[in-house]
Ligand binder design. Structure first.
Ligand SMILES: *Cc1c(COP(=O)(O)O)cnc(C)c1O
Length: 469
């Protein structure tokens, strides 16, 4: 063993102490960290060292070169991309994930059995979201991969309905995919899956001021399909206005017609945590597959999302994801192994941060996070409604506020306004385009955000407007 590695291994306690101290300092000052950096100085890339520096010196090098440009993306005023922060318990779970370095595949037998943690985390999430245990779930990197996984099983289902095994034979004709306001990652999944991002059949929304699917138009489109099986991608929280398709109505259609029903509920699914908002997802348990993102409202570190596919489609799922030419992996249906159920073969124990956070804060903890974020979004929405310079582009349905400059003749300045605002480093929001308007989206998902933050953000917006005048 070379010297640096040997020393590091002896000094592991000291090294972890340094990281603990640095991590604690970072977290305690997170609210003051800039939420974005304007034209950061990015150091020139280094060359691979011949002998290495050892870990302690490497920490110093990192701190000199990159630490100053780390932004407060998990802080309370980062309102971009509907991503949450990390709860203390999830950080603990994440550290241990690295330390134990498991590769969860199977829940029993010889070798690694950490998949039991994953099974348990999924059980806890189903309970949190009040979903039945008829779903088989697994952890993937994000909602994009979850949509991909769910739609891949849907694709296999559709082939089977027509007597074809698409996983083996490939796509043989255009697959009909119906959707109203899909997230871009579902469209991306269609291109990855060979289904073609151009091939969606766009269903109207339920009126001009809605992003939810029009059930009337959906019915009409279904009738023209002449009993051909299809895939429906529906929304459990759209990213602009957090609109929800009417799942109770879709469930009724499912009793009548033959289709695969996928719900992208990446963050909106967490509405189920609260008595006040759970009606938004009523009927979602009848879907064939659901996407849930954990690095959003569950507030665990990045690379954590869940696919949920009805267990009755287990065979289809294995047909899609099995490692069929690796005899040493055994019969995928006899020996459950995650590597036959999802895109990756080797994975880290992604479930552990979620497991920690769910055990640490429970149902009540998450209900509180969700309700607090919604109430902050509503208050922020009220400030906007009552202001002279801004207006809402949609009602605040849940946790996201979609707004623009009040004066429509200033539409060209929305981008500039957002740039100046984000450059303050005090808040981060993302641009959007909604209802023929350049808009701005503020998503409240972080457990740390409070009323003071909302007021500070609104003050920053007002002073930014003054600069534009
Ligand atoms: C964020 C989001 C996604 C994509 O999630 P990633 O975790 O970035 O892959 C998909 N669908 C919806 C509705 C989302 O909000």
């Amino acid at each position: 063993m070379k010297e640096h590695l040997k020393n590091d291994s002896v000094n592991i306690s000291h090294l972890l102490d340094i990281i603990k101290k640095q991590g604690t300092e970072y977290l305690n000052a997170l609210a003051d960290r800039p939420t974005s950096i304007n034209n950061p100085f990015v150091p020139e890339p280094v060359n691979l060292p011949e002998y290495g520096h050892g870990t302690e010196e490497t920490i110093k090098i990192f701190n000199e070169r990159f630490e100053p440009i780390m932004v407060g993306a998990s802080g309370p005023r980062y309102l971009g991309f509907v991503t949450g922060g990390s709860t203390p318990a999830s950080i603990a779970g994440d550290w241990l994930t690295t330390i134990y370095d498991q590769n969860p595949k199977s829940g029993k037998g010889q070798g690694d059995i950490s998949a039991n943690v994953e099974f348990e985390a999924i059980k806890l999430i189903l309970e949190l979201l009040e979903l039945p245990d008829s779903f088989l779930g697994g952890f993937v990197t994000g909602a994009t991969m979850s949509n991909f996984t769910c739609l891949a099983v849907g694709r296999q289902w559709l082939g089977k309905e027509k007597g074809r095994d698409i996983a083996k034979e490939g796509i043989y004709e255009t697959i009909k995919v119906l959707t109203a306001t899909p997230h871009s990652s579902s469209i991306k999944s269609l291109s990855l899956l060979g289904m073609g991002s151009n091939n969606i059949i766009k269903i109207k929304t339920d009126g001009n001021d809605r992003e939810a699917i029009s059930i009337k138009d959906l019915k009409e489109q279904i009738t023209t399909l002449d009993n051909e099986p299809f895939i429906l991608i529906s929304s459990g929280g759209t990213v602009n206005t957090v609109d929800f398709d009417d799942f109770t109505e879709i469930k009724k259609l499912k009793e009548q017609y033959n289709f695969w029903w996928h719900i992208d509920a990446a963050f909106g699914g967490f509405a189920a945590c609260s008595e006040h908002y759970k009606h938004l997802v009523e009927g979602w348990e009848y879907a064939d597959s659901i996407t849930i993102d954990c690095h959003k409202w569950l507030n665990v570190p990045y690379e954590s999302a869940l696919f949920l596919v009805k267990e009755q489609y287990k065979v289809l799922q294995v047909e899609t994801f099995q490692n069929s030419n690796a005899p040493y992996l055994g019969d995928p249906l006899d020996n459950f192994s995650y590597l036959n159920f999802l895109p990756e073969n080797s994975r880290r124990l992604k479930a552990l941060p979620a497991w920690f956070s769910l055990m640490a804060y429970g149902k009540e903890g998450y209900r509180d996070i969700v309700e607090n974020n919604v109430s902050l979004a509503r208050n922020f929405g009220r400030l906007i409604e009552n202001s002279n310079d801004f207006k809402l582009l949609a009602p605040v349905r849940l946790n996201t506020v979609c707004f623009t400059l009040k004066d429509d003749t200033k539409q060209d300045e929305v981008g500039k306004f957002l740039e100046i605002l984000n450059n303050t480093g005090k808040v981060f929001m993302t641009p959007t385009f909604y209802n023929q308007h350049n808009g701005i989206r503020a998503a409240f998902v972080n457990w740390k955000t409070n009323e003071t933050d909302v007021q500070l953000i609104f003050d920053m917006m007002n002073s930014t407007i003054e600069q534009l005048k």
